[in-house]
Design a protein around this ligand. Sequence first.
Ligand code: ACM
Length: 681
Amino acid sequence: MKRIAAFTLLGGVLLMPDLSPSLSAQPAFVNTLMPQPAHLNVGSGALAWNTTVTVGVPHFRDQRLEGGLERTLEQMERKTGVPRQREIGNSSTATLVVDVDGAGDAVQSFEEDESYSLTVSATDVKLHAATVVGAMRGLTTLTQLVQTDGKEFFVPAVQIEDTPRFRWRGLMIDAGRHFEPVEVIKRNLDAMAAVKLNVFHWHLTEDQGFRIESKLYPRLTGVGSDGLYYTQDEAREIVAYARARGIRVVPEFDMPGHTRSWLVGYPELSSDPGPYTIRREFGVEQVAMDPTKESTYEFIDAFIGEMAAIFPDAYLHLGGDETPGTQWKNNPRVVEFMHSHHFTNTEELQTYFSQRVLAIAKKHGKHMVGWDEILNPALPTDAIIHSWRGAKSLYDAAQRGYQGILSQPYYLDHMKSTEEYYLADPLPANTTLTAEQGKLVLGGEACMWGEHVNELSIDSRIWPRTAAIAERFWSPASTRDVDDMYRRLWAESLRIEAVAGTTHLMHEGAALRELAGTENIDALRVFSSYLQPVPFGERYRGQHTSQLTSLDNLIDAVRPDPPSRHAMTVLVRDLLKQPGTNNPARAELNRIFQSWISAAPVIEDQMNHSPLLAVARPRVEQMAKLGQTGQQALGYLAGKKKAPAGWQKKNLAEIEAARKSQALVLFTFIDPLEQMVKAVK
Ligand code: ACM
């Protein structure tokens, strides 16, 4: 906007304008962008975001661009409280000018140009992109730039030239083990757009449920879904919703293994007659489709033809994982087929199957993605290899000329810290791939498997950790500062909940209120904020989980890698630089330890009325005890008193005991607390 226009002569009196940020103290730019852009120059000054902002789209425009722009303006309104501009004109001298060359791909591909340039000055914002998707990426950055000096909102002057490092930046959601309603998918698509992810990999079929309507084969959902599935109209709605946000939808129909739900209605797809029921247990299933019968391929051909009309993306994910071939080995007819084809093992038989389904996909105009089990010299190189058992398969594939995507380090149910996901790089600096082979690494996907999530808890397992993974996929390889990532992650986490309506933060409070049966959860929140869920395997083995297991325990309420873990690490790092002085880290740690001690009796009282909470009683007792340990360590580190003989040994043993899970939850502070105790002389 034109700041000068704010100097208004009224009745001959020069009214001084309200000293807005762009004219006053030149507010400092605080970078909370996530993902970080490829190139960022910080200018001086800032554009005040107020009602005088006008919007112009001088060149190309279409409905998708207008929709993206309207969502952006709405987000700006919600962020700033400034009513949004309702008119999108065509002026190239508007405050916000969105200059786009053209629509981009008719069906978004991984070749889509997502780059943009964004220039903010004290007077205007100029966004330029070759495509609508590029423009949407730039608009997302604009919403992340908004900040406040405590009085007004402004957009700091910056010059950004941005383009993604990887072309395939995905999130996989498994709707098979637990069904996820349409609104869950939509809010996660909004969250994906907020961090510039561009592939929604929709895992639609599993042993535990068949989740997409087939009109050709109605018994697939009729008896294979418990009535929980997406209609074809809903699937089209999701595809359109994703496209409007610059996100591709790659559906997965996992085969020949993980197919027990198909066999409930169509047992003839397997080599054994059945009958089959929906599998409730998790883990690897022994049954599979029969790769020897032509009727299997006729079924798949018709089914894929039906699905190809619903999902416009050039790629279909056809699974291929975890097929032990037990049924095949035990069936004389299948064994005879293997002999006659000179297959010496079931892997070769599966490759035969992969070749057949790849040809079927091709017939319907689609390419195939498959989990890394499909990698075999006999497979054509136009299949994309999806690496999940180790990054090695990705690099082997690239050396043999296959394109690939990496998921092995990005399994969200492993409950690793954001930091660990963040530092895992699809193409690390020490890669042995040549530059040409490196180009075959298309990117990666975060994977949200569905065994242990339902519609209430899923967002808290995906976000905000996936925002850091999104940065790994988008930003330059050199963007690796973990402290800075966490600083920006907490800002991004709030933004995602605000703009996407995800429940990753609010779920914890709601779940704790339900567990405690009261709104009074202040003490419980102290406890839960220092807890995190055990990894997938530990829960699976510890609780013998199945699809029928209730997901309403303390473990389902608490968040993976909550802010306390990294915060404690930093506080103890700061403390141990000057352990004897009174500094902010010491004061904060003392406050934290006291909060554990004070919260414990309140929580223990609540546990008397809640059996689901009471299982964690030993954990609360440990927290209070370790709070005392922490306060004692602070005292000894101050050097006024010496720790008595045996103090360190005894407390280290207690810390070690507390490192183990109890009630399927882990403490977030064990390592830094241990460091403090070890530092006591
Ligand atoms: C997989 O995790 N079975 C791909």
